[in-house]
Design a protein around this ligand. Structure first.
Ligand SMILES: [Cu+2]
Length: 343
């Protein structure tokens, strides 16, 4: 790195975020096994949802994230603040991997000792509503009966999320609406098609526009709101599935794909979210604009990159929930910073 760019990088690091990026030389010799919700015991299921419930009912800690009242709100706020940097951009897969890590650390605060589960949606494709994951006693509870319809039972019944919709901060119930027809496209043939690419750009689009998007449409979590759908704890089961797709794709050519990253580090104003017509300005009709207080804590999307394209040096922030990490840190789920694999 040239001295000038090093100085620039340092200046950006100091002004954008006080916390430094820490390099952890840890080695991953025994990766944790992330298993599908189908394959864990009822006790393991309850330990997970109880810890998530605990976060939804614990007070916020950072006094920094706009609108956050609970610890869970802080996690949702992170997604809200980063929304226009981490969807329809190259950051999508690494940031959501780091976001899952952030949740894992928060769950530990609430006493969760287990391994993070995920949802192998291929097993329920086309018939989400019958999945064991919606069990009111051992799972996440059922779907509501309309968009915005509160979950009628389960561990998240009668709980409030204060971040969203869009860039607002209004108290709402945990809600989702299941549509089986959309869920068909999380099936094996669709996953295989999404991963049938040799470069990151292709796989990224295949995953994002394919099973990722259709899964979101099938679940319509938090009114199906793209900015704050992580208010429903189920979001992270879906995104574990998304993360697994990326990990499976990477495993097919580890040498090359652990280094393959590309795309923008913030949305192209002319495109916005690729799944909606019009650019960012038209789409803001759906969720408003980030407020001044949100903008004041929003990291520079070029943090570590020194340009509009994402690089392995890109620095991802959770605004102080966990230390920053680079994209390079999260490329390999068994690389040391992370230490897990999907089974
Ligand atoms: Cu997201």
């Amino acid at each position: 790195m040239k001295l000038a760019s090093l100085l620039l990088w340092t200046a950006a690091a100091v002004t954008a975020l006080p916390e430094k990026h820490e390099h952890k030389p840890a080695k991953c010799t025994k990766p944790e096994k992330r298993r599908s919700w189908h394959n864990i015991t009822d006790a393991e299921r309850k330990a997970y949802t109880s810890a998530a419930r605990c976060l939804l009912t614990s007070p916020q800690k950072l006094n920094r994230l706009p609108g956050a009242k609970t610890r869970w709100d802080e996690l949702v706020s992170l997604h809200q603040i980063h929304a226009l940097q981490i969807h329809t951009t190259g950051q999508f897969l690494p940031y959501h991997r780091y976001y899952l890590k952030t949740l894992e650390v928060l769950l530990r605060e609430c006493g969760f000792m287990g391994v993070m589960p995920y949802w192998d949606e291929t097993r329920d494709a086309g018939n989400f509503s019958a999945s064991v994951i919606f069990d009111p006693v051992t799972g996440f509870g059922s779907g509501g009966d309309a968009i915005g319809g509160c979950v009628p039972n389960g561990p998240f019944y009668n709980l409030t999320v204060n971040i969203g919709p869009g860039f607002e901060s209004k108290p709402r119930c945990v809600n989702r609406k299941i549509t089986d027809m959309f869920s068909a496209q999380t099936g094996k043939t669709y996953v295989a098609a999404a991963l049938n690419h040799t470069d990151y750009a292709g796989a990224l689009d295949g995953i994002y526009s394919g099973p990722h998007l259709l899964g979101h449409m099938a679940l319509a979590m938090m009114d199906g709101n793209s900015i704050t759908s992580s208010g429903d704890p189920l979001f992270f089961m879906h995104h574990g599935f998304v993360d697994k797709m990326w990990a499976d794709w990477q495993a097919k050519d580890r040498k090359k794909r652990f280094k393959d990253i590309s795309g923008l580090n913030a949305q192209d104003p002319a495109v916005g979210f690729s799944e909606f017509p019009g650019g960012m300005e038209e789409e803001s009709a759906m969720w408003g604009h980030p407020s001044a207080v949100i903008l004041a804590v929003t990291p520079d999307p070029q943090f570590g990159d020194n340009g509009p394209n994402i690089t392995l040096n890109h620095i991802m922030s959770s605004l102080g929930i966990i230390p920053n990490a680079t994209v390079a840190d999260v490329m390999d789920t068994t690389g040391g910073y992370l230490c897990y694999e999907y089974v």
